[in-house]
Design a protein around this ligand. Structure first.
Ligand code: BF8
Ligand code: SF4
Length: 639
């Protein structure tokens, strides 16, 4: 295999060459070793739910065994497996939300060394929750908000508070009719696992509705709750400029990479790196340099302007630069293979969450109360490793790319207010109505070693921009765009003239050369921000979210989280494209229900919710399919 077929990131290509020379294995090679993939697994018809199996049933609809030992059919097995996968996507985000909830609560009660930086967000959320705000101290208010959030993990009936806070009334009506309104995130997760257990639910339609319900748990008590409480604790992101690519790792600094998702960990590491910066100078370095990987990168980038080394598929390669003193990880998307790579260098791999230990890593516990102790210990260990760095092994690919980020909804509205102070959303709506902006597509999700890294993400984005579609981005896809100049005003060269004019006008009204063609809205939990933007636009227009000319796209999805997030958006009536197929094609029923492709199965998510799943590996075709749907939705709106 040619290295240039694995990734379009030239820095990663260079490091893959170094890995080969040093005989170090990475995910890119291991992905090839797994080929060809088992068709039963790929199509979702392998069941391991009990010890009478594992059972594999036919995946081509005619030949082979039609039922498992218990009598389960392909439709039943695929639907059950998909619900399991969606639960595994949702649960890490719900855990993430629970961790931030407890941190906020302990901070409000004076037990944890964090500070409530997002006072405005706190007040606006408290008001929306119906709390008395006037004359109430900030800590008291934060405690009240956190306790209302806690009910979403405790109440045995009623509807999730965060869903009622953030969802459009029109959507709530739809979900109520289908009886899929969730109450308590933990209860819904337990309920879904119970459904999928051997000998429990086998009605594929009910399982599919369970999938949609899990999408709502993901959306409100995963994504929205995490973002809202993080903004309260760490502040709402504002426009920042930063740098992308491996070149952000600096040879003459003590380098610490933060990788994972939980900003309570990465913010503390950053804080202590600033406090102990002079100690690095005493060692002969110029200072301490924090770089980000995956969504920890997004969190620190959005709020602190920290630069981004790389995204998911190439996380191991950051260590292969030989210049990382430590890599700090917390949860989600942490490859176990990192430990093996770190072993070849002086880099210390450090895990932090009490419930998530990594074989071969050292561990320093993060708890809200002990967060400072953790931050200081991590930075001190990195300092201690600096003299151990083997200069002969250091190779940092040169070059960085400028990027803008920090586009929270609050920031977008503020930028638009420069054009219309009384009605900031109006200029955006007018641009959409005139067709200067054809529609909005969110490019979200991962990179996946099965796909040439960053290629599909950037190709989909470029094809859409060319057709005057405004791009918003999150997750590792946003990193793909950042590495390739699409988060910078320089990327306007890829836009259609109409879109470029709009972005230039908004930028210049704010003293910038232009806005970039893709607006970076944050981490994967920050897909909530995209949802907030859609709800704000729909409310302003007096329509339902499902009527908006918008879509979501995850061209290089790998994580079940991308699927649970996608489910959330389909439930709102937004089409979702994936470039790597989900294991559903073994069941015509499940496939038809989600993709609305013609078949005998009568009920589709498109009919029930207004959104469907689009599977398309070819990026240009995917963009065209989304554009066709956007045009269809525009016409229905009379545009
Ligand atoms: O939550 S985009 S590879 S890091 S799953 Fe993972 Fe996918 Fe990256 Fe962030 Ni999101
Ligand atoms: Fe086989 Fe049924 Fe057991 Fe699945 S639940 S492994 S299909 S017997």
């Amino acid at each position: 295999v040619l290295i240039t077929d694995l990734t379009i990131d030239t820095g990663v290509q260079e490091l893959l060459g170094k890995a080969e020379q040093e005989n170090i294995e990475t995910a890119f090679q291991r992905a090839k070793e797994q080929e060809p993939h088992c068709k039963f697994g790929l199509t979702g018809v392998c069941c391991r739910r009990c010890l009478q199996g594992p059972c594999r049933v036919t995946f081509n609809g005619n030949k082979g065994v039609k039922r498992g030992v218990c009598g389960a059919t392909a439709d039943q097995i695929v639907a059950r497996n998909l619900l399991s996968l969606i639960v595994e996507g949702t649960t890490p985000h719900v855990e993430h939300a629970r961790e931030i909830l407890h941190t906020l609560l302990e901070t409000a009660e004076g037990k944890a060394p964090y500070e409530i930086k997002g006072k405005e967000k706190l007040i606006s959320i408290a008001k929306k929750l119906g709390l008395t705000v006037d004359g109430v101290e900030i800590d008291k208010l934060a405690q009240e908000v956190a306790l209302i959030a806690l009910q979403d993990f405790q109440q045995q009936s009623g509807v999730s508070n965060w869903l009622r806070l953030r969802a459009q009334d029109k959507s709530i009506e739809t979900w109520k009719k289908l009886n899929i309104l969730p109450s308590n995130a933990h209860l819904e997760i337990a309920n879904a696992i119970n459904k999928t257990a051997m000998g429990c639910e086998s009605d594929p339609v009910s399982l599919l509705l369970g999938i949609m319900k899990m999408g709502l748990v993901e959306g409100y008590d995963g994504l929205h709750l995490s973002t809202d409480l993080q903004d309260i604790l760490f502040g709402t992101p504002r426009l920042v400029k930063t740098q992308y690519r491996m070149g952000v790792i600096k040879e003459d600094y003590v380098n610490i990479a933060v990788h994972g998702h939980i900003p309570m960990v990465s913010e503390k590491v950053l804080e202590w790196s600033r406090k102990l910066n002079n100690e690095a100078k005493a060692l002969g370095a110029k200072g301490i340099n924090i770089v980000g990987i995956c969504c920890s990168a997004n969190e620190l980038l959005m709020r602190q302007g920290v630069s981004v080394a790389t995204n998911y598929a190439s996380q191991e390669l950051a260590i292969i630069t030989g210049a990382l003193e430590a890599m700090v990880v917390d949860a989600q998307c942490i490859m176990p293979g990192l430990a093996q790579v770190a072993d070849c260098y002086h880099t210390e791999l450090i895990s932090t969450l009490p419930n998530i230990k990594i074989e071969g890593a050292s561990h320093i516990d993060w708890t809200p109360e002990e967060a400072d102790k953790m931050g200081e210990e991590i930075v001190r260990r990195a300092l201690a490793h600096y003299p151990e760095r083997d200069q002969a092994k250091v190779q940092i690919p040169g070059g960085t790319v400028e990027a803008y980020a920090g586009f929270s909804v609050e920031q977008i509205v503020e930028l638009l207010a420069a054009l219309n102070r009384e009605d900031p959303l109006l200029p955006l709506i007018e641009a959409i109505a005139k067709g200067d902006i054809l529609g909005v597509v969110a490019i979200v999700g991962c990179t996946n070693p099965k796909v040439k890294q960053d290629w599909a993400n950037t190709e989909v984005a470029k094809e859409l921009m060319k057709n005057n579609v405004l791009i918003v981005a999150t997750g590792c896809s946003a990193h793909s765009l950042g590495k390739n100049g699409l988060l910078s005003p320089a990327g306007l060269e890829y836009c259609g003239a109409k879109l470029a004019n709009v972005l230039t006008a908004i930028g210049q009204a704010n003293g910038l050369p232009a806005l970039p063609p893709a607006l970076h809205m944050g981490s994967c939990v920050d897909n909530s921000r995209i949802d907030d933007l859609l709800v704000a636009l729909a409310d302003r227009l007096g329509v339902a979210v499902r009527e908006l000319p918008v879509a979501g796209s995850s061209p290089e999805n790998h994580s079940p989280k991308a699927l649970s997030i996608g489910t959330f958006f389909i439930a709102q009536g937004v089409d979702v494209h994936i470039g790597v197929n989900a294991p559903i094609t073994g069941s015509p029923l499940v496939e038809q229900a989600l993709t609305a492709n013609k078949g005998e199965f009568p009920v589709t998510t498109d009919e029930l919710f207004g959104g469907k799943l689009i599977y398309e590996a070819d990026p240009i075709q995917a963009a065209q399919t989304m554009i066709a749907r956007i045009i269809q939705k525009r016409k229905a709106l009379g545009l």
